[in-house]
Each structure stands twice: as structure tokens, then as C-alpha cells.
Design a protein around this ligand. Structure first.
Ligand code: SIN
Ligand code: FE2
Length: 227
């Protein structure tokens, strides 16, 4: 397959079930990685309402990388653990470093979407204990990285895209590998695990725009099993 080709292989594995989520289109990027188109739309309103509560409790902020760079993405967390970065490194911790309080609890509807998406992708019984919330203003991006601060890699990563579209870069096990560009729009969910769990990935700078659900923002919810 040509690198940078937008992958568009469609499977209709669950046509016998009649919920919107079971019928969401499943695109396989490689073994262990899928895009579930529009999967989160069925729960759009409760997800957005729960997100407002999380961000009111733990406001998104720009953290600093160990190398001293301010992240262009503003982030917060919910769940038992939250991913943080500062000059000492990247890690998960149970409290919000800004407030000293525990992170907001993970809303039930978040957990449900994450669990159902993982199952749809073939990863049964996903039980996330961390949800990282990334807010992208136009121009914000995430450089190529692996998700590897989690304690064990047997659980998948579930990533929900909301609001403005973005180009997601999907690479391979080595940083040098060419990346496929995947257009992610409001409600799309990506799941990667198993042989794809440590694949490099990133997000191209988000383009200026307006989305009725989020305004001038792209929001990404990433669910992980941290501990
Ligand atoms: C990330 O990998 O941390 C962000 C993924 C995304 O925003 O789609
Ligand atoms: Fe990531």
C-alpha cells in the first residue's frame, strides 16, 4: 500500500445488529488498529455535557515537556489517573498538579463509549483508568510519539475525536517509518492495540475552522489503562 494514502478499506462485519454503533464503518489501518467512523455520534450530547463538567472541574492547561517546550495542545484528565508532563518527565498521577485535587471521575458515558469501541475493534473488556482530554486550537499539533507511559501494553488505546477535523499521522514501530494520513472528523473513534499498540502517531496542525459542537476547537479524548 502506498504510504500517505488515506486508508479506506471497509468491512461490514456487524450488519446484523441494528444499533448505529454496530453499523459504524470500520476501517482497518493495520493489524490491531482501526478507525470507527462516527462511532461516538450516538452519544454526542451526553459526551459533550460530561466534557463540560470535567473541564469546569479541572481546566485544560498548557503543560511543559521535559525538554522545556510548552505544548501547543491544552490538556486535562479524568479518571483515577491523569497523564502529565513537566520538567521532570512524563507520567501518570492521581491528582491534578494545578489544584492538588484528584482528577474528576471518569463519566459513565465516556467509559461506555470507550469500552464499546474497544469491543467493536476486537478488544473485549477494556477497562480504562485514565482519560486524557486534549484541546487543539487552530495551529495546535502533537508531534510523532508512542504511547508508552502505561504500565502494561496489553490494553488498547481508544481515541475519540470531536469538533474540528484533523489529519492523524499513523506510522509504524520505528519513528523513521513513513506515515499514513488519516482524516479524523467529529465522532470518529480510533482504536489501536495488540501488534499496533506501540505504533508511532501524531496530529498535524489543526486548521482554522468552526464546528457547531466545539466552536474553534478540536477535542480528543484518549482512554488508556495506565496502571
Ligand atoms: C495523542 O496521541 O496524544 C493525541 C491523539 C489525537 O489527538 O488524535
Ligand atoms: Fe498518543
Amino acid at each position: 500500500m502506498r504510504a500517505e494514502e488515506v486508508v479506506n478499506r471497509t468491512f461490514n462485519l456487524f450488519e446484523d445488529k441494528d444499533t448505529a454503533q454496530c453499523q459504524s464503518r470500520l476501517e482497518e489501518l493495520c493489524r490491531g488498529a482501526v478507525v470507527l467512523r462516527a462511532f461516538a455520534l450516538a452519544d454526542e450530547a451526553p459526551v459533550l455535557a460530561a466534557l463540560d463538567e470535567v473541564t469546569a472541574d479541572a481546566p485544560p492547561r498548557h503543560m511543559v515537556t521535559p525538554g522545556g517546550f510548552r505544548m501547543s495542545v491544552a490538556l486535562t484528565n479524568c479518571g483515577s489517573y491523569g497523564w502529565v508532563t513537566d520538567h521532570t518527565g512524563y507520567r501518570y498521577q492521581a491528582s491534578d498538579p494545578d489544584s492538588g485535587k484528584p482528577w474528576p471521575r471518569m463519566p459513565d458515558v465516556f467509559r461506555k463509549v470507550a469500552r464499546d469501541a474497544a469491543a467493536r475493534a476486537g478488544f473485549e473488556n477494556f477497562n480504562p483508568d485514565a482519560c486524557l482530554v486534549n484541546l487543539y486550537q487552530p495551529g495546535a499539533r502533537v508531534s510523532l510519539h508512542q504511547d508508552k507511559n502505561e504500565r502494561d501494553f496489553s490494553a488498547p488505546i481508544v481515541s475519540v475525536s470531536l469538533g474540528l477535523p484533523a489529519v492523524f499521522l499513523w506510522g509504524g514501530l520505528r519513528r523513521q517509518e513513513r506515515q499514513v494520513r488519516v482524516q479524523l472528523t467529529h465522532g470518529d473513534v480510533m482504536v489501536w492495540g495488540g501488534p499496533a499498540r506501540l505504533y508511532f502517531h501524531g496530529v498535524r496542525p489543526v486548521m482554522e475552522g468552526y464546528h457547531p459542537a466545539t466552536g474553534r476547537l478540536r477535542i480528543n479524548l484518549t482512554f488508556r489503562r495506565a496502571r
